[in-house]
Design a protein around this ligand. Structure first.
Ligand SMILES: [Zn+2]
Length: 283
């Protein structure tokens, strides 16, 4: 009984604050939101970015960010929902992005694994939302699954015009797409998948990616990291993901976290330099 409880280690605490760069707070049971935010703050999660996916949650994301000082958001339509995209939805994305707490266009992209929307529609809707980011100077949050070639072909047409680039979140694509995106100055986002036993390819990409281009995310409520796999996910598990990435990169966790923190600010909060961190200031 109590032995089973103690088999899961407590969430480790680090000195470096952490930014959750990709989660879906509106998918949590509403009665769990307060507790999720409180526990996240307690373990050092300083800012949380909750991601829009559909016409039905654009306003929900806005409201979450307006109601909670540590929460920011994005506006965009997920490839699964591409067939719901209309000029009216595009106009709502643009007007939502006028809110200072909406940081990026996303999540947008291609998902040829599930094919919930036709591939041709996914491509068009991805391109149209990239154009919104270009026109308004926003970064992008990209979802790509089993669509490496088409994602690259589309990014080749837009990357040069995207002044603030963006992140390929939950990166599970091949090394070739990773190298292309890194070369273009995009960030790669990693989550609990990195902790899974069979995720050898993801860890190979983490090894290859410079510390300066890595972001941390949970993709809550999905993809709970080891050692809590099977439990509901929350941004409060990010320290485990930081630990895992540090192990893969063969550096200490504070170093990994410090890079991830600076990277998160560089991409999403360029006007708010992060608070001074690191131990070398006192001499
Ligand atoms: Zn997502």
């Amino acid at each position: 009984m109590s032995r089973k409880k103690s088999s899961r280690p407590p969430i480790p605490r680090f000195n470096t604050p952490i930014v959750e760069t990709h989660c879906h707070l509106d998918y949590l049971p509403p009665e769990e939101l307060g507790q999720t935010l409180a526990l996240s703050a307690e373990v050092g999660i300083e800012r949380i970015i909750t991601i829009a996916v559909s016409p039905g949650n654009l306003d929900t994301v806005l409201a979450l960010a307006q109601d909670h000082s540590q929460v920011w958001g994005t506006q965009g339509i997920h490839p699964h929902e591409a067939e719901t995209y209309t000029t009216g939805v595009a106009a709502r994305i643009v007007s939502g992005l006028a809110d200072q707490r909406m940081l990026a266009v996303g999540e947008i992209g291609l998902d040829y694994h599930y094919d919930h929307s036709s591939r041709a529609v996914q491509r068009t809707v991805f391109e149209q939302q990239l154009q919104i980011a270009v026109d308004h100077g926003h970064p992008v949050v990209i979802h790509t699954r089993d669509a490496d070639a088409d994602t690259r072909a589309i990014l080749e047409n837009f990357s040069g015009k995207l002044t603030r680039k963006g992140v390929i979140h939950s990166f599970t694509s091949g090394m070739e797409l990773a190298e292309y995106c890194l070369g273009e100055g995009f960030y790669l986002g990693f989550n609990g998948i990195a902790t899974f036993n069979n995720a050898h390819q993801v860890r190979a990409v983490i090894e290859a990616a410079p510390l300066q281009q890595i972001l941390l995310e949970t993709d809550t409520p999905y993809l709970t990291p080891v050692p809590y796999r099977g439990k509901p996910n929350g941004p409060f598990y990010l320290p485990f993901i930081g630990q895992c990435l540090a192990r893969v990169k063969n550096c200490d966790t504070e170093t990994l976290l410090e890079h991830a923190y600076q990277n998160s600010y560089r991409l999403f909060f360029p006007d708010n330099p992060p608070r001074q961190i690191g131990g070398n200031v006192t001499g």
